[in-house]
Design a binder for this molecule. Sequence first.
Ligand code: HEM
Length: 317
Amino acid sequence: MLPYFPFDQKFNDKIGTAILTQDDPLIEVDDHYQTEVALKRALLIQEPDYYFQAFLGHEMAQWEVVELILADLARQYPDRFLLQRAGDAWTWENRLLGERISFQFGDASTLPQAPLDWTGRQVQEDLLVLAGDGPALVAGQLCFGNVWSLEEKMGLPFWEIHAPITPIVEPMMRAAQQVMNRLPAGKPVWRLNWSIKASDQLDMTTRRVPDLNRELAELLPALTPDNAGEHLYVRIERQTLTRLPRSGAVLFGLHTYQNRLDRELTERPDAAERSPAERLLNVLTTTPPAMLDYKGIAPFLGPLLGHLEQKAASEVV
Ligand code: HEM
């Protein structure tokens, strides 16, 4: 079952940011940790410059990410990660991967990769750093991007990054821009984004899109309300935004979760007497058509709604 299910009575056009408290992890570690970190590392070996990019001049922000994330992991999961610091001499133990490394904090030559790249290889999250006016995307490790890639967005300010979506949800994006401008250090926020996909590939960066489209074209003729649950996936992003205190940059973290639709509908209990099928149906039927198009749901909307209607009806006694 997904850890989050952001579906209720209707499509939500608000930004939906909430404060991340001291007790909430910035980074989430789940049962897929080993496989997903291994997948990230394999992608980074295959195409290092596609999945990681960093402009010069933002080294301090990269080190702030190292500090923030290692400290968060060690605090939230003390049985799995250990951080020892003696001045700038740091030792990191990742027990889930059986790895231990000593490095000099602030000296990139003592880590095997750039600080942000190395940190991204310790977590399931994609990590993006935005800085300056805008703020603009200045560094990132993005392996599980949902139909975008670093090469398209590096250097762009927040507003231009969202150019394809802004006309559809402009008030939401204006509010998001304000959050980006005003986010105080020490008060991170989080939100969820959702989609329905016809594939369980985690890497949906732009280079994968032609293959994904081909797979979708093959699937569509055979997709029916009866079998849609076996072929479609609910994909959720848990997004966090943290102002880095020294550089003033913002860290944007994305944890992608997915589950096959029929499994999610079976595993998830009803909430407020509404079944998960009904909640999903409520949202999909009130989502603006342009948004369904943007999210790539429009081609299989018919079988998807048909499936949810069947499920919702079968649950009414
Ligand atoms: C409060 C903060 C944010 C909000 C409310 C927000 C909202 C959205 C929404 C609604 C979409 C459309 C995707 C969908 O609904 O399926 C989107 C797409 C996207 N967002 Fe954000 N976002 C936020 C922060 C960020 C940040 C910090 C980045 C930095 C890289 C970012 C990068 C993107 C990209 C690259 C896309 C895809 C755009 C495209 O189609 O080319 N977002 N965002």
